[in-house]
Design a protein. Structure first.
Length: 440
């Protein structure tokens, strides 16, 4: 019988918290609401003929370490709930062509956090061109704030070495890493639990190696929330790669086994009693509220997620008796803006830099000071609507809608609530609030 990470009978009803497969929409969106990419001497692009994502690095001299890389990770960290088995499945082609011995080229995919392009923590499957080996690796804390990599070649896998002699009877060859592969990771994190790694072959999951952490006196990673990622990069020792190597990303998913219910700390921001005075010059799109994770510079909350629950908007014309210049309808939008590497989503204009205030006992920063700023280019609009004079409208998301990628705020995103009056040259006072869940 198949069991999950906690040894419970694995049923056919896991709850999906994330899934992705490439599609033709990449031509228009670049999937920038889902993925972060970075390259140096490499590239990430969509192959429409085969409906997959390619990550390339070119050959040549190597300095410094690494000289060339291309990686792609999810914007959103994978959600986790204690006591629930987390199941990760990812497919792709690890590397084409197959490197000869000594070539300093590596490809990896798994549950990882990457800092251009060093993996800081997580677990991943790797093809190592320098040693011609297949590896399962994890990066764990050393107790002093740094991380160490625990790398296991197939000859050291403790469940099935996949050399034809193990429980599966399957020989997984390095020479076949230019063909599709489907990796499986399941995890009972809880800071100390077992982590199993393996492969799904012909519809059957076979585990290769398990990492256990009972000898540690601290959690093996600082947070269970890592991102799904694909990476190819060069090294600094041995023979420099002499050709272009390609990794192919196909599909991936993260599931919670044994149920799931979105949890976190509930919080709220709002305008003050006076509201925000908007001027409908040329029907400007005015920012009323802003919300983001606190200071992205020190990455204090890099694995945090803000999930929007509800939004309330109302307004009152400042000259209600003058019907000819009165704002009687306001359009509002809830939109995400991002600035990631070469990705720019949305643009802000105004007389001064938009200011944010850190909220006490919270992971968020907010903007509500009423300073005039306009949206000059929309971001991802996740909700919109209209409010008539002296009325109030509320938008509410159910708990499971907060799992939708585009409705979540990560370290790369800022959420803005904007309004736009329908009459040029008139003003109104707008009042608004946003309720949300903080998940760390």
């Amino acid at each position: 019988m198949a069991t999950d990470a906690f040894g419970r009978l694995r049923t056919s009803e896991p709850f999906t918290t994330f899934n992705y497969h490439p599609s033709q929409s990449y031509y228009n969106t670049g999937d920038n609401d889902v993925w972060v990419r970075d390259t140096s001497g490499g590239s990430v692009y969509y192959d429409g003929s085969n409906n997959l994502i390619k990550l390339d690095v070119s050959g040549g001299a190597i300095t410094p370490n690494p000289d060339k890389y291309a990686f792609r990770t999810t914007k959103m960290p994978m959600d986790y709930q204690p006591g629930k088995s987390r199941l990760i499945m990812m497919s792709g082609v690890m590397m084409t062509p197959i490197p000869t011995l000594g070539q300093q080229i590596f490809s990896r995919m798994g549950l990882i956090n990457v800092a251009s392009p060093i993996i800081t923590d997580g677990v991943w499957f790797e093809v190592d061109g320098s040693n011609n080996t297949l590896n399962w690796s994890e990066s764990i804390q050393d107790g002093s704030g740094s991380y160490i990599v625990n790398k296991k070649a197939s000859s050291d896998w403790n469940i099935d070495k996949f050399d034809g002699t193990g429980p599966s009877g399957i020989d997984l060859l390095y020479e076949n890493m230019n063909k599709v592969i489907l990796i499986v990771i399941d995890q009972e994190w809880l800071g100390v639990g077992r982590l199993r790694c393996g492969f799904n072959i012909d519809g059957v999951t076979y585990y290769a190696h398990k990492f256990t952490h009972e000898t540690l006196s601290y959690a093996y990673t600082a947070s269970p929330k890592q991102r799904l990622g694909y990476e190819i990069l060069t090294g600094t020792h041995g023979t420099s790669p002499s050709t272009t190597y390609t990794m192919k990303q196909i599909c991936c998913t993260c599931m919670s086994e044994g149920g799931f219910f979105p949890l976190g700390v509930r919080n709220s921001i709002s305008t003050d009693f006076s509201g925000v005075n908007i001027l409908s010059t040329n029907k400007n799109i005015n920012i009323i509220l802003g919300l983001r994770l606190q200071n992205p510079v020190d990455n204090k909350f890099k694995n945090g997620i803000i999930k929007i629950l509800s939004v309330t908007v109302s307004f009152k014309p400042t000259n209600p008796g003058n019907n000819q210049t009165n704002v009687d309808v306001v359009k509002y939008t809830l939109q995400l803006h991002s600035s990631i590497n070469d990705i720019q989503i949305g643009d802000i204009s105004g007389s001064s830099t938009i200011s944010f205030t850190d909220m006490s006992n919270s992971i968020v920063s907010y903007h509500n000071n009423g300073t005039t700023h306009d949206i000059s280019s929309n971001g991802y609009v996740i909700h919109s609507g209209f409010v008539s004079s002296q009325s109030t409208v509320s938008f509410g998301a159910n708990d499971f809608e907060t799992l939708l990628t585009r409705a979540n705020i990560t370290q790369y995103d800022t959420l803005y609530l904007t309004v736009q009056g329908n009459t040029t040259g008139s003003t109104a006072n707008v009042y608004a609030s946003i309720d949300f869940i903080e998940s760390v």
